[in-house]
Design a protein around this ligand. Structure first.
Ligand code: SF4
Length: 372
């Protein structure tokens, strides 16, 4: 499963980056805040420009979440049950975009554990896209020609309930001896690789200087041409797009690509939009990928508004993914016929560049399968 930042420990840190990273997470081993006083503290943190403080103070307690959002205690009880398998984690800056008292809020649905997650549904598995069978080293996965993906971190800023890696054994991968160096060696020894995707978890949970160390090691591998970062952090905590991060990424020899993950226009408030534009202004290509999710974005108005808002933020609406059939997420699935119909409607409503490619990942295939 994706590991909450408060459960990060030394064995999960990338070699040779362990000592410095430890300090970044040393303050995260704390119990969920439930007192009025600590809530006050967390509200203050929401306004902070310090993204690491926001990571540390993220909400982990379903009762606290429901209290803050004026939701009934019965929802908190269900969330406690479901969160035993995939813990709740949501930063305060995201909480502020969720409507109070609305159990159907599309942002809430993405982060609130519910009883449906406990259902065993045929066809839904722990590794729906074949991550485990595509491993070249403990943290290096390759599915497609010329590109490989590094599991750079085992933590995220949020736990999306539909995450296709919610059962991934980050602990095992990140505990393998010299896993970081083995991945870099494999990349350096394979001249057919042109692009490395940093993924996770979320690579941007790494502090800037640690991320820079990795980027610099990739930058000197002569056959690489691009580095791509898959991240939801600029959407969750836009303050993560720091000047140092922008300097490091835009200063590389490698062309830099950032693929963010937003599913609903309400996620893209002014702060998020500002952060995304700052990436573009530094010459970084920025794309968005969404997941088609029942009760979140499976209607024309929402998808059209999402594309429009992404373009306002200078982001290309690149992919709309059919849900990966991961155990615990069946209640989010939208039939592909419905997805195709929505894309057809989008084509009538928007210019072509604003219509994402509707794709599905099939384990073992040489590329994503375009559905529409
Ligand atoms: S941010 Fe990405 S990797 Fe992390 S839980 Fe969400 S979908 Fe999964």
């Amino acid at each position: 499963m994706v590991v909450p930042v408060d459960r990060f420990n030394e064995t999960m840190l990338p070699f040779p980056l362990r000592p410095a990273m430890l300090s970044a997470y040393s303050a995260t081993n704390r119990s969920p805040s439930t007192t009025a006083g600590s809530r006050e503290l967390d509200r203050t943190a929401t306004e902070s420009r310090d993204w690491q403080t926001q990571l540390k103070t993220a909400i982990r307690d379903p009762h606290q979440l429901c209290h803050e959002l004026r939701l009934p205690a019965s929802q908190a009880d269900a969330a406690v049950r479901a969160s035993r398998h995939h813990p709740l984690l949501v930063p305060w800056s995201y909480l502020g975009r969720i409507r109070n008292g609305d159990p159907n809020d599309p942002l809430l649905r993405q982060i609130l554990p519910v009883d449906e997650e406990l259902s065993d549904v045929a066809g839904f598995s722990s590794d729906p896209v074949g991550d485990n069978s595509s491993k070249r080293t403990a943290v290096l996965l390759q599915k497609y020609s010329g590109r490989a993906l590094m599991i750079t971190a085992g933590a995220c800023a949020v736990h999306c309930r539909f995450c296709f890696r919610r059962h991934f054994a980050f602990r095992d991968s990140l505990a393998a001896p010299a896993y970081w160096q083995l991945a870099l060696d494999a990349i350096a020894n394979d001249p057919l690789l042109e692009e490395i995707v940093l993924s996770g978890g979320d690579p941007l949970v790494l502090p800037d200087h640690q991320l820079a160390e990795l980027l610099e090691q990739l930058d000197v591998i002569p056959h690489l041409k691009r580095v791509r970062i898959h991240t939801r952090l600029p959407i969750m905590i836009p303050q993560r797009v720091t000047d140092e991060f922008l300097d490091r990424l835009s200063g590389l020899r490698l062309a830099a690509v950032v693929v963010v993950h937003s599913n609903h226009p309400h996620e893209l408030d002014a702060n998020v939009c500002e952060a995304l534009i700052s990436l573009v202004q530094r010459g970084i290509l920025v794309f968005n990928q969404s997941v088609l999710l029942r009760g979140v974005n499976d209607d024309l108005a929402t998808l059209a508004a999402l594309s429009q808002r992404l373009l306002e933020c200078r982001v290309v609406p690149y992919y709309l993914h059919q849900l990966d059939r991961v155990a615990g997420a069946a209640h989010f699935e939208v039939p592909t016929a419905r997805g195709r119909h929505l894309i057809a409607q989008l084509r009538e409503a928007l210019p072509g560049y604003a219509v994402p490619r509707y794709v599905r990942e099939i384990a073992g295939e040489a590329s994503k399968t375009v559905l529409a």
